[in-house]
Ligand binder design. Structure first.
Ligand SMILES: [Zn+2]
Length: 475
């Protein structure tokens, strides 16, 4: 059934036009005026036959009564006020509901609705305070850990979509991605005026996915972005209701894109063969499927436990030593703050993730064994750089699984007892005496840890800019 509030308002509107009282119209259609009043107030659902009688009595078409639009601007505000007053945000304040009757002036009504809208917007925004964002992130990491970072249902969907366009092996081409989009009723359009905060925009009305221009034709980034945009539809996402929902959706669309670019069956075949030769290397996996090192490393964590029988860890660390992203199900002790959050925490100076920065030859992966109180781990680290600075990508496993990896014969071996302060946190006592109290330093703000904070309907994307963009291109 339709929105009862709108239906009621439309009946009242046409009844007033016809100059009939509740009782008079009630008499014409054979119900009591009080019953009709309940219907007009949206508190009772009329049978379709009654709607037909009312329409006939008022001399309008049934479709006029069933229209979705409020019959007037005033009625629109009344409907919205009633809806907002019923919402949990207003209810939590314990204030009385205002009945927007005739005695409430238009300006008063407009002011009330405006305040309600702002209240609703602010409460959505407040969901993503930095603390809340960190907590949601941590919960998500723990949930993924319990799943071994493997999401079978998304694997199935990705496998089906990729197979449907006839992809059999190797890198998923831009052409295949375009055909996957077409199958879903989307056209991929490259534009150079996307809203600043948006990576892509999907116009559901006109079936278009807007992407930035291809600066590097065939780049992995664009294929991945297009797949992520499609994923919202394939996975049946609706507008995120909370920051945690937003994070979950982002994880799922990233997972879907990776599972298309590195499909399960082909990837598992490739990795099992490498395992058989004791020569697993993320760099080879990356090159075989034409993706970035980070994507390949993360994808490896999706498949390693479920299909290759090994526990793993993954780290993306900045050149300042801070964790940008991390995952483990192998017992590696990630640095965490009091809330259990790892993003922004410093990893041990002796870990491969940081030692690799000191190397001069960074074209290949760096290998290292690290002895910790939790056991010995084997790590393989690749460094890279972005405009924001250098970073390292590490995939590692407990010692027992090192035999399957390229680089296992390395002689690099360090020990780490972090978070024990004596490991690497305590400064050299001579230096400490020399400088203590004689210097001051200002810390870098880790923007990525606090962002993206929702500011509108889509977290992190400016609504106005988004809508202006859609207007510009919808014509
Ligand atoms: Zn340490």
């Amino acid at each position: 059934m339709k929105d009862l509030a709108t239906l009621g308002h439309r009946i009242r509107h046409f009844r007033a036009d016809a100059g009939l009282t509740l009782d008079q119209l009630g008499q014409l259609v054979g119900i009591a005026g009080s019953q009709l009043s309940l219907i007009e107030n949206g508190r009772r659902e009329p049978r379709l036959s009654l709607i037909g009688s009312i329409a006939a009595a008022l001399g309008v078409d049934v479709s006029e009564l069933l229209d979705d639009a409020p019959p007037s601007e005033r009625a629109g505000l009344e409907i919205e006020l009633e809806r907002l007053q019923r919402g949990s945000v207003y209810a939590s304040l314990g204030l009385p509901a205002v009945r927007p009757g005739k005695n409430v002036a238009d300006e008063t009504l407009a002011a009330l609705v405006g305040l309600h809208r702002e209240l609703a917007r602010r409460s959505r925004e407040a969901i993503a305070t930095p603390e809340e964002a960190r907590r949601a992130n941590t919960e998500l990491r723990q949930r993924q850990r319990s799943l071994d970072n493997h999401m079978a249902s998304i694997e199935d969907i990705a496998e089906r979509e990729v197979a449907a366009v006839g992809h059999v092996g190797g890198a998923l081409t831009h052409r295949s991605v375009t055909r996957m989009a077409e199958r879903l009723g989307f056209e991929l359009v490259h534009v150079d005026d996307l809203p600043h905060s948006a990576r892509s925009v999907t116009d559901l009305e006109n079936g278009r996915i807007y992407l930035p221009p291809a600066s590097i034709p065939g780049g992995h980034g664009l294929r991945s972005m297009a797949l992520q945009a499609m994923a919202h539809r394939v996975l049946g996402h609706s507008e995120p209701g909370s920051y945690a929902d937003f994070l979950q959706q982002r994880l799922e669309i990233n997972y879907f894109a990776a599972a298309c670019l590195m499909p399960r069956r082909q990837s598992v075949d490739f990795l099992r063969e490498a395992k058989g030769k004791h020569d697993i290397a993320v760099e080879d996996f990356r090159d075989a499927f034409g993706t970035t090192h980070e994507s390949a490393a993360l994808r490896f964590t999706n498949l390693a436990t479920a299909h290759l029988d090994m526990e793993v860890h993954f780290l993306r660390v900045g050149d300042d030593g801070a964790v940008y992203k991390a995952y483990e199900n192998d017992g590696l002790r990630l640095p965490v703050d009091v809330t259990g959050s790892t993003e922004g925490q410093l990893v041990c100076r002796h870990w491969s993730s940081r030692v690799a920065f000191a190397r001069t030859n960074r074209t290949t992966e760096f290998y290292q064994y690290t002895d910790t109180p939790e056991g010995t781990f084997f790590d393989s680290t690749q460094t890279g750089s972005t405009s924001a600075g250098e970073f390292s990508i590490t995939v590692g496993v407990p010692f027992v699984h090192s035999k399957w990896f390229r680089g296992r014969e390395t002689t690099n071996r360090l020990s780490s007892t972090c978070p024990d302060e004596s490991c690497c946190r305590r400064p050299d006592s001579g230096l400490s005496q020399r400088w203590s109290g004689k210097a001051w330093s200002s810390a870098k703000l880790h923007a990525h840890i606090l962002s993206p904070l929702p500011s509108g309907t889509f977290p992190g994307v400016d609504d106005q800019e988004l809508y202006e963009f859609l207007e510009r291109h919808a014509g």
